[in-house]
Design a protein around this ligand. Sequence first.
Ligand SMILES: [Zn+2]
Length: 247
Amino acid sequence: MDPWLIGVPAAAALAGATTAFGAVHPRSQMFGATICRTASPRQLAITFDDGPNPAITPKLLDLLDRFQAQATFFVIGRFVRECGGLTKEIAERGHLLANHTELHANLFWLTPDAVRDELQRCQDALRDATGSDARFFRPPYGFRNPWVVSTARDLGMQTVLWTLLPGDWRAHSNEWLAERMRPIAKHVERASGRRTGDVICLHDGAHRALGGDRSHTLSALEYWLPRWRDLGLKFVTISQAVKLPAG
Ligand SMILES: [Zn+2]
């Protein structure tokens, strides 16, 4: 057999795998520059996706208040329209609101115009609820294609991924989830030589409908927030995370 004929499927498979890596891997920069880390190992950016959620977000805001923790909320436009008051409250209590599209579409398959529409409609919902546009955006499932990051940039937003995705949407117990969040503390204990800090991606909502149960997320945070604080971590929003710390 002609060796070229053997090579072609292998090359195609490799190209496909490379594209999948670029589209999915949170730290891949293949489809445009993204923010994945904070600027200091002493800074932790806690982020929540798929809200606002009247069943969980108010309790979460109270929990974050107890530890003076500021967080970033990547909200879904259609939920913002339904929960304008709660959206406004997130911002008024010192947190950063960010864009997680209008309908939580998988952007990988969408045309440039459809991607722009998903992002712009969420921006419109945020402006209606709070009077301001988001400056940061996270693609649903972390999926990007060659025009997702550039479209976000055209709309004034930087794209944000994460360093740790504990999978809280599939948590079956508080202990399971708390264990999956342990790498944050391990990184602090072994911080020598590290120059950046973690961005953790959790969920205060469920993208299919309002009212999703994320009580394991609340409990695991209740366990970790005092421990993270005692380890000397400072809780920052993504906006604070990308600024170099003083000194
Ligand atoms: Zn999401």
